[in-house]
Ligand binder design. Structure first.
Ligand SMILES: Cc1ncc(COP(=O)(O)O)c(C=O)c1O
Length: 399
């Protein structure tokens, strides 16, 4: 039993905090976070170690090695940033961009817009190539932008989770290098679930998040820098403006340089345990098997939803994300009531759209631990039930 401590302080402890935390168990099938695997959750409950203890540094080394496998890269500078996907996004920009550098951003949804904002904050001269939300870029469109703006960095999103489109990456790295530019790719909603081979694709900087296909809680985010990108960081004329994301310091803490490892910040111990375990689960399954599982289950989901009479937001199958699917909200159906019904009755989260898709679609995620045939069947049954409810409701109200 928790007791309220006697205190003469003018501000007392909130009564809500006098008992242990309680949260409901939910199935998270929106665009993320997804449920973490129980094995990952058990790892994150292991005893804390010091952030420079040998055993903890060994865990960090395992993360580096595992990420090289998952990214399919030999980049020695492959680490995890302490923070969520945005932290890795910011670390990429903060290190590679100097004031007045030209940055070209491909915008076809929320994430390009976010990188536009971030790069401007770091003083870059940012330009864009744009496509309507839900469409992807061709190599010709990208090359036109590279020739027009002569950027030092080009950004594109692999898995645009707001519009649920999959950007083909083949050939973009080669184009960027032909035009003397580095390629930065966001793989937050794809890494581990959709094929990506960083070295083969000549990607210079790539980052991701833990809470999607890596079956881990948000908090530690993979990132990798090619030797070309690392050289650019080492040859900066000015210091990295962020202390926390300074790659030279992080490389030392992660044991990538030749110096003894020093304190830079306290690594988020439990988040690194969790990420290590999420990576280990992927290593056990094998990347190709994980990619196949995501493809098969998403195709099953698309078929099941179409059998219910629903339309998918991205028409071309090849451009559809296997990890997050957007479904058009039919006329006369209230998307929010459907999502709320499913949450209340099934304890299951699906989400609405984001940015331009807000109010027009539902987004259903099938990622990592949650990407199973059983979950496809469950969400199909829940959608059927919710749509029946809605239709009966509208019949009643028109009587
Ligand atoms: C494609 C993409 N990029 C970046 C992010 C940002 O990651 P976080 O919310 O972990 O900061 C997300 C999050 O959903 C995402 O889907």
């Amino acid at each position: 039993m928790a007791h309220k401590a006697q205190s003469a302080l003018p501000i007392s402890a909130p009564t809500s905090l006098l008992t242990p935390i309680k949260v409901p168990q939910r199935l998270l099938m929106g665009p993320g976070p997804s449920n973490a695997s129980p094995r990952v959750l058990a790892a994150s409950a292991l005893p804390l170690l010091g952030h420079l203890h040998k055993e903890f540094l060994d865990v960090m080394d395992e993360i580096k090695e595992g990420l090289r496998y998952i990214f399919q890269t030999n980049n020695s500078l492959t680490i995890a940033i302490s923070g969520t996907g945005h932290a890795a996004m910011e670390a990429a920009i903060a290190n590679v961009v100097e004031r007045n550098d030209k940055v070209l951003v491909a915008v076809n949804g929320l994430w390009g817009a976010r990188v536009f904002d971030l790069s401007s904050r770091y003083g870059a001269k940012v330009t864009t190539i744009k496509k309507p939300v839900g469409q992807v870029f061709t190599l010709e469109e990208i090359e036109e932008g590279l020739i027009r703006d002569k950027p030092k960095l080009f950004f594109i999103t692999h898995a645009e989770s707001s519009a649920t489109v999959l950007q083909p990456l083949e050939g973009i790295g080669r184009l960027c290098h032909k035009h003397n530019c580095l390629l930065l790719v966001d793989t937050v909603a794809s890494l581990g679930g959709i094929p990506i081979k960083v070295d083969e694709l000549e990607i210079d900087i790539v980052y991701s998040g833990a809470q999607k296909c890596l079956s881990s809680p948000p908090g530690a985010s993979p990132i990798s820098f090619s030797p070309r990108a690392w050289d650019k960081v080492k040859n900066r004329k000015t210091k990295v403006e962020s202390f926390y994301f300074d790659l030279i310091q992080l490389a030392n803490y992660w044991g990538v340089d030749d110096q003894p490892r020093r304190y830079h910040h306290t690594g988020p111990i439990s988040s690194f345990y969790a990420l290590r375990e999420g990576i280990s689960i992927l290593c056990n399954e094998g990347l190709e098997n994980s990619w196949r599982r995501h493809k098969e289950n998403s195709e099953l989901l698309w078929n099941e939803l179409q059998k219910l009479g629903l339309e998918l937001y991205v028409k071309k199958k090849i451009a559809r994300l296997p990890t997050v699917t957007a479904v058009n909200v039919p006329n006369g159906i209230n998307w929010k009531e459907v999502a709320t019904f499913i949450m209340q009755k099934y304890n299951l989260e699906i989400s609405g759209g984001l940015g331009e898709t807000a109010g027009k679609v539902w987004r259903i995620g099938l990622m990592g631990y949650n990407c199973t045939k059983e979950n496809v069947q469950l969400i199909t049954a829940a959608m059927y039930d919710a749509l029946q409810q809605q239709r009966q409701g509208s019949v009643k109200s028109s009587l």
